[in-house]
Design a protein around this ligand. Sequence first.
Ligand SMILES: [Zn+2]
Length: 423
Amino acid sequence: MQRLIMIVALIATALMLEGRSCIAGDPLTVASDFEGASVREVEVDEAIRSISFMPGGDPVRGWPCWWYFKINGITPGEAITLRLRGSTATVPKPGSPLQKPLAASWSMPAQATFSIDGQTWLHTGKGTRQDEWMIYTLKSEAASVFVAWGPPYTPTTAAKFVRAMSEKSPSAKAAELCRSRGDRPVPMLHVREGERTPKQRFSVWVQARQHAWESGSSWVAQGFAEWLLSDNADAAWLRQHAEIFIVPIMDVDNTATGNGGKDAQPQDHNRDWSAQPHWNEIIAAQRKVSDLIAAGRMDVFLDLHNPGPDDPTFFFTLPDDQLKEPMIGLRDRFIDLAYARISKIKPLIPMSNKPKVTGANYHPLWRQISANWVSLNGNPHTVSLCLETIWNSPSSTTEGYRAVGNNLAAAVREYLAERPERN
Ligand SMILES: [Zn+2]
């Protein structure tokens, strides 16, 4: 009898313990020891199951607005709270950018992005602003979940994608633009099909992520490549009549380490298109683009970005008084074709059809901005544009960004088909 009571007591204790762990859950923990991760000042409040944090990143290596980390210990089905505030980091060097903390809005999308498997990225519901905080509610069906400012796109993602495209299509080659100063490979996709010699082809250069935090731009570049290598007859035309270079991530070092990249010391990548660039990616890209210009066939140059919070500006261009015809007319024709397609994407990508002019009034180093440098040093017929896809709309998802890339590639095909063929 005594023994039976003891067994019953043991079972009851076990049930109680089991019951308690169901109610309280495992402790929430945060991991950021992986490629592209960024977070700091993490505080977990177990009582209300909330995680407070700010973006990580060394401000010397660019604006600290990117955040990306993994949460463990979630009870599947429970709703936890993410409490985000802007980074307080500043750069101590006199005269450098970020003497004051960056405006918090750069790090605060209306909806946060999350993924259970690191492949499929979804939006949370809309966050709410409470004083300095942005509060998101996250309901996860798994014990671990990745959360981020927007859908991440790391150097590993770029390398895998470029390899997958080269395996899918004999006209696509996985190449390397260069190795970064941090000795990382910079993956590049090189596409051309058929017998035409390089001289008989148009050239198209597409690059993303000169600013590491702007992850959406890499998804646009991927969408461009996916359309280009699709079964679409127009895509085949483009592969056969052009030679296309696509670099999904220029600043691989800051992307890999979770730094923002924008306004990094000693030089922002997109202010580095000078006579003596600092970054290996710029040296290599500028050399290849210069070769295409020397051959008289730098036809379309596209530099992909994400803009300021809620800014619907899509194309950035030089003022007309800095350019000559036929460049101005060709640029406007390309913008019209691109806008006509991209503005029809469903769900809608908010965008303005009025380009922003980025001349001397925009930035003192305006001549060293990549798209401007290519316009100023290009062929008379070169179309060179910076393109900014909005990051703070319900369509700022992997699907939305890729749809922009698909339509951008189709616009390049439509534009080049109007140009005289090269013989
Ligand atoms: Zn940018």
